[in-house]
Design a protein around this ligand. Structure first.
Ligand code: MN
Length: 212
């Protein structure tokens, strides 16, 4: 995936996350917020032919090598595109259960139980000041940890494999639950696609953003 970037279609309808995440929030989030990130990322790169063939991950890993003028827009809008592509792909109508497998085993090894992981992910999401993301990430050996990023920063510079990312920008919940981020997080836990999370986790050994 490289310039010109396109809005990745959702693999479900806007109302598919009801009653946990309302259709209006999903529609505005995807068709307005994410579209704006896509447009601004393309705008940043339109006069930068040297970087138009770079995959998004490569742009985000090598931010400091980019021309000064596009570092901030690539970081913010490119990060916005990357983060939301992950986010919308680890959601499914009604969620999908965590089956026996390498992710479940790793969660039990590193957190004790799924409930404890979710408690820590929620705490991380609540502790993001302003806008940002809470993550479940894996290192190169498969060890899991909770991670946080401000704004639209990603886990890519830390070379970590994303498993789950939780959007805690107000635009992800304000229409339905106003300022009640905790309520949004509790609702969101009902739509996690754990099969997708398992697929993400399975990539930990082959993820090295420095080589993309
Ligand atoms: Mn968002």
């Amino acid at each position: 995936m490289h310039y010109p970037f396109q809005l990745q279609p959702l693999p479900y309808a806007y109302d598919a996350m009801e009653p946990f995440i309302d259709a209006k929030t999903m529609e505005i989030h995807h068709s307005k917020h994410v579209q704006t990130y896509v447009d601004n990322l393309n705008k940043a790169l339109e006069n930068q032919p040297d970087y138009q063939s770079w995959p998004l991950e490569r742009l985000l890993y090598n931010l400091e090598q980019l021309p000064q003028a596009i570092q901030a827009p690539v970081r913010n809008s490119g990060g916005g595109v990357y983060n939301h592509n992950l986010y919308f792909n680890i959601m499914a109508p009604g969620g999908k259960p965590l089956a026996q497998g390498s992710l479940k085993a790793a969660i039990e090894r590193d957190f004790g139980a799924v409930e404890e992981l979710l408690a820590q992910l929620k705490a991380a999401g609540l502790s993001v000041f302003g806008s940002g993301w809470a993550w479940l990430v894996a290192d190169g050996t498969g060890r899991l940890s909770i991670y946080k990023t401000p704004n639209q920063d990603t886990q890519i510079p830390a070379n970590l494999t994303p498993v789950i990312n939780l959007d805690v920008w107000e635009h992800a919940y304000y229409l339905k639950v106003q300022n009640r981020r905790a309520e949004y997080i509790d609702n969101w836990f009902n739509v996690i696609d754990w099969e997708a999370a398992q697929r993400n986790y399975s990539k930990f050994g082959e993820t090295d953003f420095s080589t993309i």
